[in-house]
Unconditional design. Structure first.
Length: 247
């Protein structure tokens, strides 16, 4: 082959690879399906409804690794005792309300007052992809216990509260995504409630007339260095820390 032929071949090969790179870049930036992942913030919050059903509140972080938008259509949690000998039945919770926090100033003392309230029923969440220049959604959501024990005819279902003793619980969160998303990943973590907190929780963390005064705060246990490698639950362990009022 002449030098001219070699040059022509080299140009063709380079052009071919350039087209491949362009197609791959286009697919990565604009054409890949939504690929959702989920995590939670550093606090999990528990209290009881008036029927003693658990209400779990936390901030959910949804990340979309794809380029097209994804849709979160359902969010549930499954809570079960870690102790294999425990007779506690598993508890199932589903999303029901968003939660939002507001701050105000006490005119008498000047202190900042923070309060929370329901921000309305949940709805399908759109998680933008890379093509939109953003690829995440952060929402604070309350999940309510489902499948209570039936009361009498026409009566409200009731729930068994958590035992008044310390225990560890495994929490598996699961989200359902829209038809254009790849199968999302679930998220697991562990709750550790102390004896004193478990005993006091039902007395001070139960809604009366739809109003609660305190909630039990769980915070993620810090992991330093390589101590967390090989941990059973990627979400870590949340330990009960305090009863918080007002928000």
């Amino acid at each position: 082959m002449s030098v001219s032929d070699w040059s022509t071949l080299a140009v063709a090969v380079l052009t071919f690879f350039a087209v491949l790179v362009a197609v791959f870049t286009f697919y990565r930036s604009l054409g890949s399906k939504a690929n959702l992942e989920m995590s939670v913030g550093d606090e999990l919050i528990l209290h009881y409804g008036g029927d003693s059903g658990l209400i779990l509140t936390t901030t959910f972080v949804f990340i979309n690794k794809g380029s097209t938008p994804g849709i979160v259509t359902q969010l549930t949690a499954h809570l079960s005792a870690v102790d294999a000998d425990s007779q506690e039945p598993p508890r199932y919770l589903a999303w029901r309300f968003f939660e939002e926090s507001t701050t105000s100033s006490d005119p008498a003392t000047g202190r900042t007052i923070r309060s929370t309230r329901s921000a309305g029923p949940v709805y399908a969440l759109i998680v933008p992809g890379r093509a939109a220049g953003s690829s995440g959604n952060v929402s604070t959501i309350r999940l309510y216990q489902e499948h209570g024990l039936p009361a009498g005819p026409g009566g409200r279902a009731t729930f068994e509260p958590l035992p008044a003793r310390g225990a560890d619980y495994l929490v598996n969160f699961s989200m359902q995504a829209g038809p254009n998303s790849r199968k999302p990943r679930d998220y697991a973590c562990q709750l550790r409630i102390s004896d004193g907190h478990a005993e006091k929780m039902q007395a001070v963390c139960t809604e009366v007339g739809g109003v609660w005064k305190r909630r039990l705060i769980f915070r993620r246990k810090p992991v330093f260095g390589t101590a967390g490698q090989g941990a059973e639950n990627a979400g870590g362990t949340f330990e009960s820390r305090e009863f918080r009022g007002g928000y």
